[in-house]
Write a new protein. Structure first.
Length: 89
């Protein structure tokens, strides 16, 4: 099954886009990973009820921003993660 096939089945699931982003990240295609993570975040309509998913996607986005040397954005995104779950190392 290709990525496109899985998207037809799960095109409203932010974790699908997160996983695609992880593949791009491992391929060092940080721009594509960042784009998929942005799409995933747009599907997280209620971050309060799904904070672990939202936090995971945000953390992955911060890693991409860091790799792309978008320092200010990365710091801001890491801070957002800490605000969601201050006890998570």
């Amino acid at each position: 099954m290709s990525f496109k096939d899985s998207l037809r089945i799960n095109d409203q699931d932010p974790l699908v886009f997160n996983e695609i982003a992880v593949v791009y990240y491992k391929q060092k295609n940080y721009d594509a990973a960042k784009e998929e993570l942005s799409r995933a975040l747009s599907l997280c309509h209620d971050s309060a009820n799904n904070s672990q998913t939202y936090e995971t996607i945000l953390l992955n986005l911060a890693h991409c921003q860091r790799k792309l040397q978008e320092w200010d954005d990365a710091i801001e995104t890491y801070h957002r993660c800490l605000q969601l779950n201050p006890k998570n190392p």
